[in-house]
Design a protein. Sequence first.
Length: 80
Amino acid sequence: MPFINYKYISFRKNISLCAITSFCIEITQLLVSLIYGFAYKICDINDFILNVFGALIGYISFKILLPIFKKDSHLFCESP
């Protein structure tokens, strides 16, 4: 998510957006299972926790690597 606009995406907003998205997916899986009457997809709290943890790791990695890529901007191909 910080790649969209890294100056304005805060840690809290990034984790919140990931948590809301993951929660909506899990609720959708639960509703689909209830509609079908059998476990089409499993609604699991572990998926939610691991998705949020993955967002945390991704955000921290982004913050660590951003200065390196900003310093070595010649690594990116720029269009003329």
